[in-house]
Design a protein around this ligand. Structure first.
Ligand code: 7TS
Length: 401
């Protein structure tokens, strides 16, 4: 995978005179030249608004934009491009479902299940909805390794359960959830399943048809694409029956002051000028991932994760948080007597970028009784040599304290 690194200009820079070791990929990944070029090409050559112009540039912009939708549809194996809504990102996608499907279908006394390892963006929108409607939020627990407790989750399911909102991969623990089983069990009691796929799509093949999920949200910027762009997959039957999210241009069939009728999905959920360059960049990111091979990406990252999980055991006082059997790409830990923010500041001086803090998953911090975590997260361009640099730097930190 050495060749791949040369496609990422950002990786060859020095930080405080040291080669950058970028291990904060779960926050956002670096971008290959092909993604940046695709976006530059849009701005330099065919910049125009989509779906409205009858001139050449607008036609070209629309073709590229809609080609990206087709790429997304094939990438996640949706059955139609009508099921692919472009959003600002995962947060936006989940809020869309809570505000539309949620508002339409949740009543007082209904129950919504989330897991204990959700990112705030898959907790707060449901909490807001529950508060508005008088519904109840239930929490599916995890064990001391950070694994999803399927039986405890099943015990929460009942006739009042209307929505199950669940992550595919935890951003704080790296745990991969048994999604297919969760979806089957949820459907058996009549609940719809909203999947937070932000940390899964960059690392493994996702097939929404095989999963049979109702909604699946993810962000381009964690999968080598640009910021401010994402996707919400939704089953056609739900998208057709849901009310729109925002009102404005492009989402209507006709407008009079007396009555407005709406466009069909996906336009119904894409009011206003979209992030056209971002969507084109997302299409190029999918091309990049398919060129490298999603299976190859998963293989390289799993190998790195295993290597790193063993290597960090050499660091005195280090405790790994999140040791479930089935994991992807994330290694979280704490060091005895050292605050995670101090660790990441010291690592930064060695050129090593990791994330420290509550990782937008405060309930995970509460579950493991830690104020914050350090998190190293891997992408396909990372190497074992970089893991060695991380471990060496951590040993240095533990010696200083
Ligand atoms: N869900 C998960 C599992 C995430 O990891 C993130 C972002 C989001 C949702 C929100 O995605 P956004 O693109 O809408 O912001 N996670 C992180 C992280 O772990 N560090 O920085 C952002």
């Amino acid at each position: 995978m050495k060749d791949i690194r040369s496609e990422f200009t950002a990786l060859s820079q020095l930080i405080y005179g040291k080669p950058l070791v970028y291990l904060d990929n779960a926050a956002t990944s670096q971008k290959p030249k092909s993604v940046i070029d695709a976006m530059r090409c849009f701005y330099e050559e065919h910049c125009a608004n989509v779906h409205r112009g009858v001139h050449r540039l607008s036609e070209l912009a629309t073709v590229h934009f809609e080609k990206a939708r087709e790429k997304v549809k094939n990438f996640i194996n949706a059955s139609s491009v009508q099921e692919i809504i472009f959003t600002k990102g995962t947060t936006d996608g989940i809020n869309l479902v809570a505000s539309t499907y949620g508002r339409q279908n949740i009543c007082a006394g209904d129950e919504i299940i989330v897991s204990q390892m959700e990112h705030h963006s898959n907790i707060v929108p449901w909490q807001m909805l529950a508060q508005e409607k008088g519904a109840i939020l239930r929490v599916a627990p995890i064990d001391d390794e950070g694994a999803f407790l399927f039986d405890a989750f099943s015990a929460l399911l009942n006739a009042k359960t209307k929505i199950v909102a669940i992550t595919h991969v935890s951003n704080a623990l790296g745990t991969v959830t048994p999604l297919k089983k969760i979806i089957e069990a949820s459907h058996a009691c009549g609940a719809v399943v909203v999947v937070d796929g932000a940390q899964a799509v960059p690392h493994c093949a996702v097939d929404v048809t095989n999963l049979d999920c109702d909604f699946y949200a993810f962000s381009a910027h964690k999968m080598y694409g640009p910021t401010g762009t994402g996707v919400l997959y939704g089953k056609k039957k739900w998208l057709e029956s849901m009310p729109p999210y925002q009102g404005g241009g492009d989402m209507i069939a006709s407008v009079t002051f007396e009555k407005t009728t709406y466009a069909k999905p996906p336009a119904k959920f894409e009011a206003g000028t979209p992030n056209i360059a971002g969507v084109i960049g997302l299409g190029a990111a999918i091309d990049f991932m398919q060129r490298v091979g999603v299976q190859n990406i998963a293989f390289v990252e799993n190998d790195l994760l295993q290597y790193a999980s063993i290597a960090v055991e050499a660091v005195p006082g280090l405790r790994k948080i999140g040791t479930a059997k089935h994991k992807a790409s994330v290694l979280s830990f704490v060091l005895k007597h050292v605050h995670p923010h101090d660790i990441s500041s010291l690592l930064d001086r060695q050129g090593v970028a990791i994330r420290a803090g509550h990782l937008c998953a405060q309930p995970v911090m509460q579950r493991f009784q830690v104020p914050a975590l350090c998190r190293a997260s891997f992408a396909v361009y990372n190497t074992k040599e970089e893991v060695d640099v991380l471990v060496k730097a951590l040993i240095k930190v533990s010696e200083v304290f």
